[in-house]
Ligand binder design. Sequence first.
Ligand SMILES: NC(=O)c1ccc[n+]([C@@H]2O[C@H](COP(=O)([O-])OP(=O)(O)OC[C@H]3O[C@@H](n4cnc5c(N)ncnc54)[C@H](O)[C@@H]3O)[C@@H](O)[C@H]2O)c1
Length: 260
Amino acid sequence: MLKIAMIGAGSIGQSIIDHFVGKKQLEIALVYDLKTSSLEEVNKKYGIEVESNFDKFLARIKEVEVSLVVEAAGVEAVQSFSLSILNEGIDLALISTGIFGKEDFAQELKEVAEQKNCKIYLPSGAIAGLDGIRAAAVYPLESVVLTTTKSPKSLGIEAKERKLIFKGTAREAIEKWPKNLNVGVSLAMAGIGIDETQIKLFVDPSIEVNTHEIEADGTFGHLSIAVESFPSEMNPKSSILASLSMINLLERLTSHIIFM
Ligand SMILES: NC(=O)c1ccc[n+]([C@@H]2O[C@H](COP(=O)([O-])OP(=O)(O)OC[C@H]3O[C@@H](n4cnc5c(N)ncnc54)[C@H](O)[C@@H]3O)[C@@H](O)[C@H]2O)c1
């Protein structure tokens, strides 16, 4: 059985909890969040121990011998807590892959994970096809372009018609849209890197789904992938597929036959 703890009890965190409670392959020992109302909800609904103080959370996950901490709280939370967790020799699964847009911090994460012999697991998030991109990148890739379209509600902005609101590299994209373009950094890590991956972000008031279209060209040929994912009801900035990708990652970690 895999014993985990979680950081973040928002839309992604709660869907993970909801999926695994009562399943015998995985135990959620503790949930940490800053928002006490969310923690009370989790404790009341699922009977899981909760904590709103990080130092106490850290002490408790050591005490109950958690082997993996799952993050669903945002890039800033990863920056605040991930090194302390790795330093305790505990693995991480991060949904906020945008943290790898911060080069110096990403290097530190890698070094501490190596020193402590820990793993950092990254789910595919709201996009698909990263397996193909990773394989294609073994030989030179010429270009990787992501076109994301979201509703004004999902982006938290006003718009009356479809328009391009951002064009740039994956690094610039995550700096400007830390809650919406983690996908750009994931794609960059799988493919040609954060300064070479191109991102276009459209707002479109006529759509209700979040769409992500990937076009990649290279020595392997051409790859084209389109995903239409419903936004989470609890947080329209996040796609339902993002939660499902973390659930599936955890399922794979507890399985004996693993689709890579
Ligand atoms: N990789 C992807 O494709 C992808 C897709 C969607 C979202 N995300 C990432 O997932 C994150 C969470 O998404 P969500 O929809 O669950 O958001 P949400 O706002 O519904 O929930 C986030 C929760 O984390 C808590 N939190 C925030 N900062 C914290 C901190 N420093 N310490 C402890 N708790 C903290 C909040 O109180 C909230 O309960 C997003 O911010 C984004 O970075 C990644």
